[in-house]
Design a binder for this molecule. Structure first.
Ligand SMILES: [Zn+2]
Length: 309
C-alpha cells in the first residue's frame, strides 16, 4: 500500500506493473519512494530495515490495496549442524505434524470472521451484476479473504524458517497437490459423485498452504529438503513397519495390529516420513490395505499361494 501521485499504469490481465530498473530513495524512518515507470516517484511504507537491494520490483493492486514487492533473493539459512532429521506429515485436520511430536496448524479465519465474510457475499448476490455496489461488496469480501491468505503465508514463512534453523534434513512426503485437488465433477454423460464434498475438501487442502511450506523451506534450506514417496506412510507402523489398514483406528488414533504400538496417527506418519520410509514396495509379510484376515483366507482357499512365514 502506498500513496500515489498518479496511479501506476496496470496491464489488463494481472493488474500489475513490473519494472526492471530499481531506483529507491529513503524519505524517513518509515517511508521511502520508488520510481515507477510512467508514473514517477511513488511513496511506499518500508516494512523492512534498510532499503531493498533488488534487481526488479512489481506493483500490484489486490483487494483494494496497492503493494510494491521487491525481488530480493534472501541468503539461505545455515544448517544447525546437529545431524537431526525431521519428517513432516501434512494433513487437513492438522496442517503439519512433525516427527518430534509437535503439531503445527495454519491459522484461518475465525468463526466470527467467516460470518463477516458471508455478509458482503450475500449482499453482492442481491445487487445487479456488474453494478458499482456489486463491485464494492466483492472488494469487501476479497479484503477478508486476503486476510486469511496473508495469515497462511505468514505462517508458512515463519514455519519454514523455524524448520530450516532447527533441522539438518527436512523430509516431506511427496504430494501431488494438483492431482489431489482435481474436481470430482466428471462429464455431462458421467457426472461424478459427491462433487460438492470433494470441492470442500479441495478447498480445505488448498487453504493449508502445503505447497508453499515445502517451497519456502526449500528456498531457505537448499539441498536439505527431501521428498519421501507417500505410499503407506499413514498405514505403516513406525515401530515394527507392519502395514495394515486396520491399524488406523480413526483419523487421529493409530494402534498397530501387529505389535500394539499406539500413537497419534499423524505422528506415526511423520515418523515414517522422517525415517524415509513410505514408498518401499509393500513387504510380503504385511497384511496390506485389505487387512490381516486376507492372508489366512488365501491360505485356506488356495494352499499353493500361501506365503511362507
Ligand atoms: Zn507395529
Amino acid at each position: 500500500m502506498f500513496d500515489t501521485s498518479g496511479e501506476p499504469v496496470l496491464n489488463a490481465k494481472g493488474r500489475q506493473v513490473h519494472a526492471r530498473q530499481v531506483l529507491v530513495q529513503k524519505l524517513n524512518k518509515k517511508w521511502a519512494q520508488v520510481k515507477v515507470p510512467g508514473c514517477g516517484w511513488v511513496k511506499f511504507r518500508n516494512t523492512r530495515p534498510g532499503l531493498p537491494d533488488a534487481k526488479s520490483f512489481r506493483v500490484t493492486y489486490r483487494a483494494g490495496k496497492w503493494h510494491v514487492a521487491f525481488a530480493v533473493i534472501p541468503d539461505p539459512v545455515d544448517a544447525p549442524g546437529n545431524g537431526e532429521t525431521v519428517g513432516i506429515d501434512r494433513g487437513v485436520a492438522i496442517t503439519a505434524a512433525l516427527s518430534d511430536g509437535r503439531v503445527l496448524n495454519c491459522p484461518h479465519l475465525s468463526v466470527k470472521e467467516r460470518a463477516k465474510l458471508r455478509k458482503p457475499q450475500r449482499r453482492a448476490s442481491r445487487t445487479g451484476k456488474g453494478s458499482l455496489l456489486c463491485k464494492a461488496e466483492h472488494t469487501e469480501a476479497a479484503r477478508l479473504k486476503a486476510k486469511e491468505a496473508n495469515r497462511c503465508k505468514d505462517w508458512c514463512e515463519k514455519t519454514s524458517t523455524m524448520l530450516a534453523r532447527s533441522f539438518d534434513t527436512i523430509r516431506f512426503e511427496k504430494l501431488h497437490i494438483k492431482h489431489m485437488t482435481r474436481s470430482a465433477r466428471g462429464t455431462v454423460d458421467e457426472p461424478g459423485k459427491q462433487v460438492s464434498q470433494k470441492t470442500g475438501l479441495n478447498r480445505a487442502i488448498l487453504a493449508q498452504g502445503w505447497g508453499l511450506l515445502r517451497q519456502r523451506t526449500e528456498d531457505k534450506a537448499p539441498g536439505r529438503v527431501e521428498d519421501v514417496p507417500t505410499a503407506y506412510t499413514s498405514l505403516r507402523c513406525s515401530d515394527c513397519h507392519w502395514i495394515d489398514k486396520n491399524s488406523r483406528k480413526s483419523q487421529a488414533r493409530f494402534v498397530c495390529s501387529n505389535c500394539g504400538f499406539t500413537c497419534n496417527a499423524d505422528l506415526n506418519a511423520s515418523n515414517n516420513v522422517a525415517a524415509g520410509q513410505g514408498g518401499n514396495s509393500r513387504p510380503r509379510h504385511s497384511a496390506g490395505a485389505g487387512g490381516m484376515t486376507r492372508r489366512s483366507l488365501r491360505v485356506s482357499v488356495n494352499p499353493s499361494n500361501a506365503i511362507s512365514p
